[in-house]
Design a binder for this molecule. Sequence first.
Ligand SMILES: CC(C)(COP(=O)(O)OP(=O)(O)OC[C@H]1O[C@@H](n2cnc3c(N)ncnc32)[C@H](O)[C@@H]1OP(=O)(O)O)[C@@H](O)C(=O)NCCC(=O)NCCS
Length: 183
Amino acid sequence: MLIRVPDPADLPALRALERAAGEGFRALGMAPVADDEPPSPALLTEYQQAGRALAAYDTDRPGEPPRGYLLWDRVDGCAHIEQVSVHPERARRGIGRTLIDRAERASGLPALTLTTFADVPWNAPYYARLGFRRLAADTLTPGLRAIRAHEAELGLDRWPRVCMRREAGAHGRSRSVRHIMCR
Ligand SMILES: CC(C)(COP(=O)(O)OP(=O)(O)OC[C@H]1O[C@@H](n2cnc3c(N)ncnc32)[C@H](O)[C@@H]1OP(=O)(O)O)[C@@H](O)C(=O)NCCC(=O)NCCS
């Protein structure tokens, strides 16, 4: 698996990938999430040009479109994962975890943050397995509060959502070894 900034020609494939990855929400009674439009081509281009998009290419199948991708933003001094999706045909092989670890290193920032559904097995419980911890609502930085407010406006709070954070380098180590606050 090769992880790198996607080629511009592969951006449409990321939208198809996202639709396929979202289908799993339907079985949980979360059809509006499954039906949510993927990021627009213009937005994907912005992330790609800023180097804040990562795509997973299957090295055994050169020329095929990416099978996973991640978008991140800088929010209050941390790398905020805006989206991570893996095609269901390639799920549960470590692609999601590898994309997240690569975003941590590529950003060079002291922590990763994200918002996600609390009760969806491949959301908050998955991130907890990857070393993310839940943030109490009253500890959110201004940028994270704004993101949560926007999500509530979009109707996502119909299902419980949480903010989570992982210190850079903390996965697999004791958290007390390294704990750096974001500015
Ligand atoms: C979340 C996601 C990116 C994980 O990608 P992945 O490459 O399959 O994940 P990894 O291989 O790194 O980790 C696998 C673990 O994820 C969790 N997981 C993935 N798919 C799952 C599913 N359908 N049901 C339950 N747990 C699941 C499990 O903990 C699994 O570990 P296990 O196989 O030992 O049980 C992928 O499931 C996805 O694209 N989901 C839909 C989009 C989404 O919800 N994105 C996150 C938005 S915040």
